[in-house]
Design a protein around this ligand. Structure first.
Ligand code: E4P
Length: 217
């Protein structure tokens, strides 16, 4: 499973990127607003830092305007994935931008039917939102499994980019189901390394090493 980082914070992306675990980045208008940066400027910096796809989201609502914005975003760098919402106009824009040779990420997906349409119009990525479904007492992970089944039934090449990830468990659950990509905030990716028994075991080892005066360098 590829790891994308769901943030527009350059320092956080750089830290994870140094470890070699960043396969791409996703942003959205809320994350750009939170960064306080100009969208074109910060997106260019992210593209310079990371080799994989960097999703940059349009803010228009009509297909024609989304296409114009998408073309401008795509000019930032070769690794831009233009992000469009899963609306009828977004699907039209996806089709045009894909046919022009761009990577397109169709976002705000909440049903298998929406994912099926995105694949039919040639989306590179479909972004089903797990956390926002869980917030409504629905099952976000079930949606990932449903889309996996539908895409595998017909060999669709659209990659399932699990989004709205809120916990480390979401990451392993996505990997078990077979999501192609999961995008998570940096703090969730870091939490994947944690386990209470690791902390407890390490404390015991450190105590014993101290008692025995073990020195290596
Ligand atoms: C990423 O592509 C999505 O925009 C993001 O994961 C949404 O996450 P949220 O539901 O936590 O805002």
């Amino acid at each position: 499973m590829k790891f994308f980082v769901d943030t527009a914070e350059i320092d956080a992306i750089a830290e994870l990127n140094e470890l070699g675990i960043v396969d791409g980045v996703t942003t959205n208008p809320s994350l750009i607003a939170k960064s306080g940066r100009d969208i074109l400027e910060v997106t260019r910096e992210i593209c310079d830092l990371v080799d994989g796809p960097v999703s940059a989201e349009v803010v228009a609502l009509t297909a024609d305007e989304m296409i114009a914005e998408g073309r401008k975003l795509a000019k930032i760098a070769d690794n831009i994935a233009v992000k469009v919402p899963l609306t009828w106009d977004g699907l039209k824009a996806c089709n045009v931008l894909t046919n022009e040779g761009n990577m397109v990420n169709v976002t705000l997906c909440f049903s298998a039917n929406q994912a099926l349409l995105a694949a039919k119009v040639g989306a590179t990525f479909i972004s089903p939102f797990i956390g926002r479904l869980d917030d409504l007492n629905l099952d976000g992970m079930e949606l990932i499994a449903d889309i996996r089944e539908v895409y595998d039934n017909y060999g669709f090449e659209t990659q399932i980019l699990a989004a709205s990830i809120r916990s480390a468990n979401h990451m392993s659950d996505c990997a078990k189901i077979g999501a192609d990509v999961a995008t998570a905030p940096p703090e969730v990716i870091k939490k994947m390394a944690g386990h209470v028994l690791t902390d407890k075991g390490l404390a015991a080892f450190m105590e014993d090493a101290k008692k025995a005066n073990i020195k290596i360098v």
